[in-house]
Design a protein around this ligand. Structure first.
Ligand code: GLV
Ligand code: MN
Length: 220
């Protein structure tokens, strides 16, 4: 009897911990029906201040209806539908992106500090992968209609190895997931990360670091 009571109590504690931690893993819950972001407000808080009058336009965005123009060296274009473009998303804890990939295109390794991501392939076929904190690569090739999940905070990428363009919709459990692209974060930060930090981290010489920095420098 005592043992089963203890087991029950243990189970309750585990369930409570799971509920608390899973709640903390997404944006905070909302306290009102809507809070359309006033993106111009000077008020600084966790999220955005609410604007006074909401219209349907605050909850609408047509920007994902067409393929994005892919004209960069990596061969992919991300078009975000987050709170910065849909103010009505403020406090709702969700957002989307559309990613278009040229043949051979890569969405380079990056992380989202505030969201788990789930991708749905609209067209073509993409190789997807994420790396765990134990440095294990979990990857797979997925095709039109299939989905794949990138756990919150883990470095991930997508690559179109096909000969035709591909496209995917990505959904996030955050109004503003944030994106840190690994290469740009380390090699194109402003002010720059010191060369001697990068030479030691990557175990190469200053020449190699300067070469990568010059390739990733923002175009003027
Ligand atoms: C894809 O990984 C994206 O972040 O849009
Ligand atoms: Mn992503």
């Amino acid at each position: 009897m005592a043992a089963s009571d203890a087991m029950c109590r243990g189970l309750l504690v585990i369930i409570a911990v799971i509920m608390l931690t899973s709640k903390a893993a997404a944006d905070p819950d909302l306290l009102q029906d809507i809070c359309v972001a006033d993106l111009a407000s000077d008020v600084r808080l966790n999220g955005f201040a609410c604007k006074a009058n909401a219209t349907a336009e605050d909850f609408f965005f047509a920007g994902l209806s067409r393929p994005g123009v892919v004209n960069n060296s990596v061969g992919s274009q991300v078009n975000a539908a987050n709170v910065l473009r849909i103010p009505g998303l403020n406090t709702l804890g969700v957002s989307l992106s559309r990613v278009d990939y040229a043949p051979g295109g890569l969405n380079p390794p990056h992380t989202h500090p505030r969201a788990t991501e789930i991708v749905f392939v609209l067209d073509g076929e993409i190789e997807v992968g994420f790396i765990t904190t134990a440095n294990v690569l979990i990857s797979k090739t997925i095709k039109k209609g299939e989905v794949f999940v990138f756990p919150r905070g883990l470095v991930h990428f997508q690559k179109n190895n096909g000969k035709v363009p591909a496209a995917a919709i990505a959904a996030f459990n955050s109004q503003l997931p944030g994106t840190q692209s690994i290469a740009a974060t380390l090699f194109a930060a402003s002010p720059p990360v010191p060369d001697n930090v990068l030479t030691k981290a990557f175990q190469v010489g200053t020449k190699e670091i300067k070469k990568i920095k010059s390739r990733l420098a923002p175009k003027k």
